[in-house]
Design a protein around this ligand. Structure first.
Ligand code: AMP
Ligand code: GLY
Length: 417
């Protein structure tokens, strides 16, 4: 088969690395890919036009496309492939609304009884500000549209909350804000494969969304992730029964067939798991920790998802744990410096390096984005996985590199409890 991976981040490098192990694959392509993906795939130049990529895929005879990021999904890349009779792993534009509009996702959760924070949606700044006055803090203010993981403000004072509302609603193009109840608990991610009928959860994982150690500093796309997150089996069961299955039932009832991976961002509260957000794709960096533990053939699974044949499938997993540490550029997330020369030695056994914002410039590897490299350690347990990742990082030459030293600290605490 000719398989195409769409995207250029660490998540897509991990998807490609895993796809490359499938005996079903004859040729791999990545659009647009990054410098780390060159060794595994033919890189296809791509500026983001979904119709153009579907046209190219049709003319090349691509058998299956795996779509990594949310932006092309929300723009309808799956629809463009399906219209040309091509198989695609990733939801249609309508189905991707679970991520593309937080207001839509909250409405869906309300209609189908999925536990989540109480909320209101506003387009009018004055009404939003009045509501903030009435509910007080702590409170969470979210941009309803896509914001690359950076559209959420957890406010502990009214001024910050109002500022966040103003930033979203006072834009010339108009906006929509979701204001919701602040939830307390541990955060975890559950990814699940679905063909619209069957839904199969992957190993739980945990991301670290803030820039600095101890979960301080600004929100980022994610600074590191561990898997499996030690979630009690009864909690995982509740996630499946109270969240994932009702989501699927709800989508179906509204005439939407979802094929791809659902990302449930959860708060494990005292009353049980509640949804912070749904995404229409794998998490980044969660995918870099989860996929290396998957024993099953990813391409076979993705085919079953795309063809609606997931029923009866069982997943198999490797023993042990994985930890991904993101190496970001100085200035991330506000204004990452680009063009920094990088040298990445061959990692030892038990360590993987997935590239994100990298490219080659006159034969030299340089940084080309905010999150630049992902170092993944694999081990018998999380401690060993972390030790391997952190032992390798100093060998990477990356002047000014920014990374967290405490990835996995919550899961380590949880696994001892
Ligand atoms: P989201 O993109 O909606 O997952 O939000 C990004 C981050 O903001 C989450 O990972 C949480 O750390 C935090 N957050 C979002 N919603 C809430 C909430 N209702 N209560 C507490 N923290 C939240
Ligand atoms: N790691 C968070 C996300 O992918 O949305």
């Amino acid at each position: 088969m000719r398989v195409l991976v769409v995207g250029s981040g660490g998540r897509e490098h991990a998807l490609l690395w895993k796809a490359a192990q499938s005996p079903l694959v004859k040729r791999l392509y990545a659009a647009p890919g990054n410098a780390g993906m060159e060794a595994l795939a033919e890189l296809v130049p791509w500026g983001g036009d979904v119709e153009a990529l579907a046209e190219w895929a049709f003319s090349e005879g691509i058998d299956l496309a795996l779509v990594g990021p949310e932006a092309p999904l929300v723009e309808g890349i799956a629809d463009a492939f399906l219209e040309r009779g091509l198989l695609v792993f990733g939801p249609t534009q309508k189905a991707a609304m679970i991520e593309g509009s937080k207001a839509f996702a909250k409405g869906l959760m309300e209609r189908y009884g999925i536990p989540t924070a109480r909320y209101r949606v506003f387009q009018e700044p004055l009404e939003a500000l009045e509501y903030l006055e009435a509910v007080g803090v702590p409170v969470v203010v979210k941009d309803s549209g896509l914001a690359a993981g950076k559209g959420v403000t957890v406010a502990f004072d009214l001024h910050t909350a109002k500022q966040a509302v103003a930033n979203i609603l006072n834009r010339a193009e108009g906006g929509e804000v979701v204001i919701e109840e602040y939830l307390e608990g541990e955060e975890a991610t559950v990814l699940a494969l679905t063909d619209g009928e069957e839904i199969l959860p992957l190993l739980p994982s945990q991301d670290h969304k803030r820039l600095l150690d101890g979960d301080q500093g600004p929100m980022t796309g994610g600074m590191g992730a561990v898997a499996p997150y030690p979630m009690p089996p009864e909690t995982l069961k509740r996630v499946e029964e109270e969240i994932l299955r009702p989501l699927l039932r709800g989508l179906r009832a509204e005439g939407v067939v979802y094929r791809g991976v659902v990302y449930a961002g959860l708060m494990l509260t005292r009353e049980g798991p509640k949804v912070l957000e749904f995404n229409a794709r794998f998490g980044d960096p969660e995918a870099q920790a989860v996929l290396p533990l998957l024993e099953s053939d990813l391409v076979e699974l993705a085919l079953k998802v795309a063809e609606g044949r997931l029923a009866g499938t069982r997943l198999s997993w490797k023993e042990g744990a994985a930890a991904c540490v993101v190496l970001a550029a100085p200035g991330y997330p506000e204004s990452p410096r680009k063009g920094i020369p990088l040298e990445v030695p061959e990692p030892p056994e038990g360590v993987l390096v997935f590239h994100a914002g990298t490219r080659r410039e006159a034969g030299r590897l340089v940084s080309a984005g905010g999150r630049v490299l992902n170092v993944v350690g694999l081990g018998r347990d999380l401690g060993e996985a972390l030790e391997r990742a952190y032992r390798f990082i100093p060998e990477v030459h990356f002047p000014g590199v920014v990374y967290r030293r405490d990835i996995g600290y919550r899961a380590l605490r949880g696994s001892r409890a």
